[in-house]
Design a protein around this ligand. Structure first.
Ligand code: ZN
Length: 506
């Protein structure tokens, strides 16, 4: 569906909405996840952890949000984490100069463009304030880090971290010294990050407080082609948008390495895992790609960068940055902190800085892209039906449990089944309000894949359907009778992917 439909659904169902929305002067770019949004987001993070962290044998940390100033001196954020700001000379509305020009030209401005470049483009294109049509001032660099003060004197500066990876670089040495690890190994972190965006927009897509799921893989560059589980991905086709012809190509991991499109097997391996993760969220393959970034668009230290992008309303949205960061991070932190961060591998005489490959994925963006890809509208006569086709792994609940009526013991029987499922670790939602059709509609649009209805046949000792319920499948709207005593096993099989609705007998 369109992004606007996702926004409407989000507000209608309280999936996410602006922070402090009852206050007219609350700043933009901050969002709350409501009850159902929180469940979906937590399941998305849990699924990322299961698929990309635990199944890959990576370690996870949970680091501080506030980090001291020297960290950002080393990382370059103090100096370089800035966007070009241009302000209306009359009404003082702030704009991002690059976005303003990009919208006009419909082409991307390289990240390293100078302030003079923006001023001359603004003059050339005769750009003015979109609100009051007055002239715009000179372009300035605006640092997007949010600063805070630590301690009682207010003299110790701290910063809310603008990206999730720095803790991982800082913690590398202690984890290495713990002796549990050998190269290559990865450290993951999920957590909040903060960017004082000049012009936040499109809800979770460009917010000031955001969340990131980060993976940093440390490896010996001489062994970039030594990957244990290579067989699992070597024939898997990556969708690579290449600079050479600006087209998307389906290229197997093995070919990508052989043709020198990626620097080595380790890179291809993690690109494959990233694309497979998105596929498992029901995002269609044809609407995703890895975009190769030209040297000017990459961070200066990056040897190779692929932006993992998904189509949203005909424009490509970046979900994850996949960066070969070389030895830049450990080296600069070693220099600024005056700490030795080099390692010595067994059987190798020389000490060296491990290289890093990073997959940094935005939670809000992945959440939005997933909703956008799975939201479907069906029109039947006068009726509109919204169906959110979330996979079981990220659905807010596995099943809704409904009594057909509130009387004649149906309510009590349904509630008993609800509790039985909850105790068996299936996540169930109980709803007895409104017509059964309305209750189905309510759970369809928040992505609950199944519904159980307790009806009069369930209760009738003389009926062949005694002690069975109807189980309804969200996508096909088909119904099957299932014995109450089989339910726990049925949902266990659904949630582990061992069986699906189609496997059940009619
Ligand atoms: Zn103005």
């Amino acid at each position: 569906m369109a992004f606007a439909d996702v926004q409407n659904l989000a507000l209608r169902r309280g999936i996410y909405f602006p922070t402090a929305e009852i206050y007219a002067d609350a700043p933009a770019g901050f969002f709350e996840y409501g009850p159902e949004g929180t469940r979906i987001k937590q399941r998305l993070i849990r699924f990322w952890r299961k698929t990309l962290v635990e199944n890959e044998g990576l370690l996870e940390i949970d680091g501080s949000i506030v980090l001291p100033e020297p960290v950002f001196r080393a990382s370059g954020h103090l100096e370089n984490f800035a966007d070009p700001l241009v302000t209306c000379t009359k009404c003082h509305t702030p704009y991002r100069a690059d976005k303003l020009i990009e919208e006009m030209l419909k082409e991307e401005i390289p990240e390293g463009a100078s302030m003079e470049f923006f001023d001359s483009k603004i003059a050339e294109l005769k750009l003015v304030c979109t609100k009051c049509k007055s002239p715009l001032g000179k372009t300035q660099r605006f640092n997007m880090m949010m600063k805070t003060h630590v301690g009682t004197t207010g003299t110790i500066p701290g910063y809310l971290k603008p990206e999730s990876c720095q803790n991982i670089f800082l913690d590398f040495s202690r984890i290495w010294k713990s002796g549990r690890v050998t190269l290559p190994f990865g450290i993951a972190q999920v957590g909040k990050t903060f960017r004082n965006e000049i012009a936040p927009r499109q809800a979770l897509l460009r917010a000031r407080e955001l969340e990131q799921m980060d993976v940093e893989v440390f490896f010996n560059p001489a062994k970039i082609n030594e990957i244990d589980r290579w067989e699992e991905v070597k024939d898997y086709a990556l969708r690579l948008y290449l600079l050479r012809d600006k087209e998307i190509h389906s290229i197997s991991c093995e070919e990508a390495v052989e043709q020198g499109i990626v620097s080595g097997k380790l890179i291809a391996y993690y690109l494959a895992r990233t694309q497979q993760f998105a596929e498992k969220l029901n995002i269609p393959l044809e609407s995703m790609r890895f975009r190769e970034l030209e040297a000017e668009a990459r961070a200066f230290y990056a040897k190779e960068t692929w932006d993992f992008e998904v189509l949203l309303d005909d424009t490509w949205l970046e979900l994850a940055a996949c960066n070969y960061r070389s030895d830049h991070d450990l080296k600069t932190h070693a220099e600024v902190s005056k700490t030795d961060l080099q390692v010595k591998e067994e059987g190798v005489t020389e000490k060296f800085y491990p290289h890093i490959f990073e997959i940094s994925m935005g939670v809000g963006r992945t959440f939005t892209a997933m909703l956008n890809a799975t939201l479907k509208k069906e029109v039947r006569g006068q009726e509109e039906r919204w169906n959110l086709d979330l996979p079981v792994s990220v659905a807010p609940y596995h099943v809704g449990v409904f009594p057909l009526m509130k009387k004649d013991g149906l309510y009590e029987k349904a509630f008993e089944i609800f509790q039985q499922l909850q105790n068996a670790n299936a996540s169930a939602l109980f709803d007895e309000k409104g017509s059964i059709g309305k209750r189905y509609a309510r759970i369809d649009e928040i992505g609950v894949p199944y519904a159980i209805t307790v009806d009069y046949e369930t209760m009738d000792e003389n009926h062949e359907n005694y002690n069975t319920i109807t189980l309804r499948d969200r996508n096909s709207m088909q119904q099957k009778r299932v014995s109450i005593e089989d339910l726990e096993e049925v949902f266990w099989n659904f949630s582990t992917g061992k069986r699906s609705f189609e496997d059940l007998e009619e």
